[in-house]
Ligand binder design. Structure first.
Ligand SMILES: Nc1ncnc2c1ncn2[C@@H]1O[C@H](COP(=O)(O)OP(=O)(O)OP(=O)(O)O)[C@@H](O)[C@H]1O
Length: 296
């Protein structure tokens, strides 16, 4: 009998994950799975559960939670020869990964997509010893993104990031960054480097319209020191999907990136606080099999 592990974070989003558990179990059982349920209680539980699922050759892992739970889960696939398929029921406040894969943001609809026979092989990012699903941010703006409160995320969605971001840009806090990529070296002062695998970052689905989850590329945006006027126009470009064309934004794609600074600079990985610089980034092309909705 195929085995499915459901990894559920009861604290995600509006704390409604447990309300959906029964339906997920029923649906997976209808598909012929034997289901075991693992509830997270603290940081890294999801990683350890997923490691167990790999070692015990589970066929499917389903996360019920937000991007943080997903990030911890995919880190459990690290260096595992057997990697179960992944199903995603997005219950967080932003759910960038579900947005990028067109998985419905409505929980009941997302649960129904677990019936889908469509599976997509998606890239995983590597940042130092860790994996990431969606985005790495470095710079003073990344620090303020980590400071966005859960209340603001629930209330304002993507705009919570814009609010913190604009506050930070107004303060003109930048750090000198040295970014080595396949096409050369970027050197200068910047409030933010964004390295993304998917189109959706912070709930802005048009941030990186060219980024495909399976293109094997890191999509990099470096924002130069901005005046208040340019901050507003950059905000508009972000909303309209033209960020890479903004005159104060440099955009490049790469398979490997290193980021250094003489300053101590914080980072944010998949929406949570990440390691300090320096960073070494890479990509594992088509590393994970994710269930996505049927076409049409
Ligand atoms: N039982 C728990 N109580 C509190 N925190 C938990 C619990 N289980 C896991 N966590 C932690 O909660 C973090 C955030 O979870 P998750 O991303 O699912 O929800 P969210 O923050 O509401 O959503 P989003 O990331 O979309 O904003 C996880 O990274 C994990 O470390």
């Amino acid at each position: 009998m195929p085995q499915a592990m459901v990894i559920l974070n009861p604290s995600s989003g509006k704390e409604e994950a447990l309300n959906h558990l029964q339906r997920v179990e029923e649906l997976l059982q209808e598909q012929g799975y034997e289901v075991s349920v693992k509830e997270t209680a603290k940081e890294l539980d999801a990683t350890h559960f997923c490691i167990d699922a790999c070692r015990n050759k589970y066929d499917l892992v389903v996360t019920i939670g937000g991007d943080g739970t997903l990030h911890e889960t995919i880190n459990g696939f690290t260096d595992q020869n057997h990697r179960p398929k992944l199903g995603i029921v997005p219950l967080g406040t932003v759910n960038d990964y579900a947005r990028a894969l067109n998985i419905p943001l409505d929980a009941l609809e997302a649960i129904e997509t677990l019936r889908s026979k469509r599976v997509k092989a998606v890239d995983m990012g590597r940042v130092n010893g860790e994996r990431f699903a969606n985005v790495v941010a470095a710079g003073s703006l990344a620090e303020s993104l980590s400071a966005v409160t859960s209340e603001d995320k629930s209330r304002l969605g993507a705009f919570a990031y814009l609010k913190e971001g604009i506050k930070d840009l107004m303060n003109h806090s930048t750090h000198p960054l040295i970014i080595r990529h396949d096409g050369g070296t970027w050197e200068g002062d910047s409030p933010l480097l964004l390295v993304t695998l998917t189109n959706s970052v912070g709930g802005f689905e048009k941030l990186a319209p060219d980024a495909e989850v399976d293109d094997g590329l890191l999509h990099c945006f470096v924002i130069r020191d901005l005046s208040i006027f340019h901050t507003v126009t950059a905000g508009l470009s972000l909303l309209l999907g033209h960020l890479k064309n903004h005159k104060d934004v440099d955009y490049f794609i790469s398979r490997k990136v290193t980021v250094n600074s003489p300053d101590p600079v914080k980072t944010n990985v998949d929406g949570e606080e990440g390691p300090m610089l320096p960073l070494e980034l890479g990509i594992l092309p088509r590393y994970l099999q994710v269930i996505i909705p049927e076409e049409g």
